[in-house]
Design a binder for this molecule. Structure first.
Ligand code: TYD
Length: 134
């Protein structure tokens, strides 16, 4: 399985508006969702994230507005532009991520496979590179 990939959710839009569906436990989201958080009000100069996780997988969705996500698996770096509620970015464990270039209306929703545990976060880039090469 890839360390990161784009996922497109089903959309049931009609003349009443849009409806996007994301089902967990391997249907649309590759894991059982244990935690949801969302990031808003970060202006365009802010860089968030700057960490990798030893245990948690994530799915990121800009449910409103847009942002850029730098993903780095220790070998390759890529910037993904998120700007559609039906578009999601899956991040496996041990992927370094940085979120930035937030639009004023950006709401970045993050679905996580684990409960919050600071001890499984790697916040030092050198340590991340060391652990990916180990
Ligand atoms: P942080 O990881 O720095 O946010 P981001 O990766 O979006 O830049 O988290 C900011 C603060 O919020 C930090 O004190 C930890 C806390 N936090 C939780 O308690 N639970 C969570 O699920 C998350 C994501 C953060």
């Amino acid at each position: 399985m890839e360390k990161y990939k784009l996922i497109e959710f089903k959309e049931y839009g009609d003349d009443r508006g849009n409806l996007v569906v994301a089902e967990g436990s391997g249907k649309d989201i590759p894991f059982e969702i244990k935690r949801v958080f969302y990031i808003s009000g970060s202006d365009s100069e802010v860089v968030r994230g700057k960490h990798a996780n030893r245990k948690t997988q994530f799915v990121l969705i800009n449910v409103a507005g847009s942002s850029d996500v730098l993903v780095d698996d220790g070998n390759n770096k890529e910037v993904i532009h998120l700007d559609k509620p039906r578009m999601a970015l899956f991040l496996d464990t041990m992927v370094w991520k940085e979120m930035y270039n937030f639009s004023p209306d950006s709401v970045l929703m993050c679905l996580a496979s684990e409960h919050y545990d600071e001890s499984e976060y790697i916040r030092d880039y050198e340590e991340f590179v060391k652990e990916t090469r180990a």
